[in-house]
Design a protein around this ligand. Sequence first.
Ligand code: PXP
Length: 249
Amino acid sequence: MAENSLRLGLNIDHVATVRNARGGAYPDPVRAAKLAEDAGVDGITAHLREDRRHIMDADIEGLMQALTVPLNFEMAATEEMQKIALRHRPHAVCIVPEKREERTTEGGLDVAREENKLAHFIAPLRDAGCRISIFVAADQRQVEAAHRIGADIVELHVGAYCDAHADGHNDLRDEELERLREMSIYAHSLGLEVHAGHGLTYGCVKPIAAFPEVRELNIGHFLIGEAIFLGLAPAVHEMRRLMDEVRNE
Ligand code: PXP
């Protein structure tokens, strides 16, 4: 892949959210993933939560069988998830913090606090051939800790920037963007691959996509929502167009 290219990963969790609202089999997240693959996404992300509120174990099984693009398997650092990841050996695992009462992944992982535990936790996953990604806030301590434990990738949590953008808090938005810019440069300088995600929309994606150090964006909720209006393939194409537009400027 060219040095300047920016991959788009689609997070399909919320196809499963809609399915689970009624139980049963549809809409099927694996079908959505295949459709997105045909529409040109570079990867699929799915978060198997402890409470199985969206993606379920059988979805991971189905994705592993059906996908030709890489699966980025989001998971908490628990023994149960480690076993599941070792069974499936996805292309990448992205370690995220998880609280049962939260609506979504509200912050980055406190890698600095749990450095030793995480270093041991990721070792067998790396040995199994999975790339290791850590979801972190744009915070130098966390990026350094992710580097020390031997992560391949940091995914920067861009939620605070996206929220400030949506709320029209322009000073805060610019501050968050600056922090993200500095941390992308810093993480890249350490040799980490830099990804970004959480809360990205057509309206706020471009400044993040413009960071040359960022190699992949993982986007879910907004695109699945847009798919209701446009269809999944056109929704993906529009995001791709915006990303390419700014990347090729
Ligand atoms: N990246 C990570 C690590 C996430 O936890 C999430 C949300 O599950 C996303 C990307 C996608 O965020 P959103 O659904 O807000 O686009």
